[in-house]
Design a protein around this ligand. Structure first.
Ligand code: ZN
Length: 81
């Protein structure tokens, strides 16, 4: 049985997240080996996922370091009063 491109696209994000079952994963893997369109869709979907992940990783330390600096400034001011 072969699955078609639309079937792959429906499950592409679950496939990237590892949330598809073994049977469906095998079907998608064998489809991707022979279908350039779906390989390209997978690549660009992965890139979007990676960019979103990077943004989360980037934003968290930025906010954290602002709070940390504010905390350090308060700590530095208080003993001199
Ligand atoms: Zn395809």
């Amino acid at each position: 049985m072969r699955i078609d491109c639309k079937h792959v696209w429906e499950h592409i994000s679950a496939y990237i997240d590892g949330e598809v079952d073994e049977h469906l994963r095998a079907e998608i893997d064998s489809h991707l080996e022979t279908c350039e369109i779906c390989s390209a869709v997978l690549d660009s979907t992965r890139n979007v996922v990676i960019l979103m992940a990077d943004e989360r990783v980037f934003k968290l330390p930025a906010g954290f370091s602002e709070r940390l600096h504010a905390h350090i400034e308060r700590e530095l001011e208080e003993p001199s009063r």
